[in-house]
Ligand binder design. Structure first.
Ligand code: GH3
Ligand code: MG
Ligand code: MG
Ligand code: MG
Ligand code: MG
Length: 315
């Protein structure tokens, strides 16, 4: 099938963004009705240490994709019974954008305009059979690198640099659909606005670096106290917003009370000191109101917590 091989066969590449990508971590789905050709492509991929899944037609490929959400690349034939590569590409693109899964078309079809047809349907790249092995590897690397760049951009634009929590922009993208789903399912979620007490004194006493260290440690504590599916975000300077559930009022209040106690008990090592802080929290349960309305109420309660003497939860 191939003409000539050259180049090294390392199992990782340093991408254009300077990050190391291990092929071991990349799952590839190979779709072809020819067992022989599937084996060949699989062999080429395994030689570069990729994890490989195989499907003999588009229907099976779609099934595998639903089970394996971490597939990053599909290598697909064009002419296949039941569902063509063209249909498969269209189907895949209904569920996954080009920034989630790369698709490389592979075909020996002499049909006019096959390449353009596949690319227009949403394939990222195309190779005509027979192909050169090294070109195959290069195209795979190029396409995976683009996905990796998308992932980095996405992560950077959704994350707060100092605390690594989600940022405010991401919060407002994710929270409305979370609330909508909850309302549709008849569930309630808790939204908690949190603000560190007298944080200016931390900065005054320990400098900005001391303040930053407190923010990092408080953020880590928040991440540790909530689950990965909860929305833990840094809203502003020393203000955090967490959405969690489904949960009822009393359980949410108990959870936040535990959090408040855990934060107050922290001794954050900085230089020769152990910094201690407290946090005030305002909570509001989602009840079909808009995100903005819920935040407004939680904010008012946070204000009451501050006025009531700080280091407390108002719900
Ligand atoms: P209160 O109990 O009423 O909330 O008092 P406070 O001092 O915490 O309130 P205020 O909101 O007035 O002060 C927040 C301070 O947080 C002011 C700002 O300089 C500081 N700050 C904001 N962002 C950062 C940051 O990223 N790092 C550090 N070190 N400080 C920050
Ligand atoms: Mg075929
Ligand atoms: Mg490619
Ligand atoms: Mg504040
Ligand atoms: Mg404050």
């Amino acid at each position: 099938y191939w003409i000539k091989e050259y180049g090294s066969s390392t199992s990782y590449v340093v991408s254009a963004i300077g990050q190391l990508r291990r092929n071991e971590d990349v799952k590839v789905l190979v779709v072809d009705d020819s067992t022989g050709f599937r084996r060949l492509v699989q062999h080429l991929l395994i030689r570069k240490k990729f994890k490989v899944l195989e499907a003999e037609n588009g229907i099976h490929a779609l099934q595998l994709l639903m089970e394996h959400r971490d597939v990053r690349l599909i290598v697909t034939d064009y002419e296949m019974p039941q569902m063509s590569g063209f249909q498969l590409v269209r189907e895949v693109r209904n569920h996954f954008g080009k920034h989630k899964i790369a698709i490389l078309g592979l075909s020996s079809s002499e049909e006019h305009g096959v390449t353009a047809k596949l690319l227009k349907a949403g394939a990222n790249d195309f190779l005509k059979k027979p192909f050169e092995v090294e070109e195959f590897y290069c195209r795979i690397d190029q396409n995976l690198e683009i996905i990796q760049m998308f992932e980095l951009i996405e992560e950077t634009s959704n994350t707060d640099f100092l605390t690594k929590l989600f940022n405010r922009k991401y919060f407002f993208e994710i929270c409305p659909p979370m609330f909508q789903r909850a309302a549709r399912d008849g569930q309630t979620y808790a939204l908690a606005m949190m603000d560190i007490d007298h944080f200016k004194k931390v900065n005054d006493g320990y400098g900005h670096d001391g303040g930053d260290e407190v923010l990092r440690k408080v953020a880590a504590k928040l991440k540790q106290q909530f689950r990965p599916q909860d929305l833990v975000s840094r809203f502003g300077g020393e203000e955090f917003c967490v959405v969690f559930g489904p949960i009822d009022h009393d359980a949410a209040l108990a959870k936040l009370e535990n959090l408040r106690i855990a934060i107050a008990a922290m001794a954050i090592p900085f230089e020769k000191a152990n910094i201690q802080i407290t946090m005030s929290i305002g909570m509001c349960l989602s009840s079909g109101d808009s995100v903005e309305e819920t935040i407004r109420t939680a904010d008012q309660r946070l204000y009451l917590a501050k006025n009531g003497g700080r280091n407390r939860v108002v719900a």
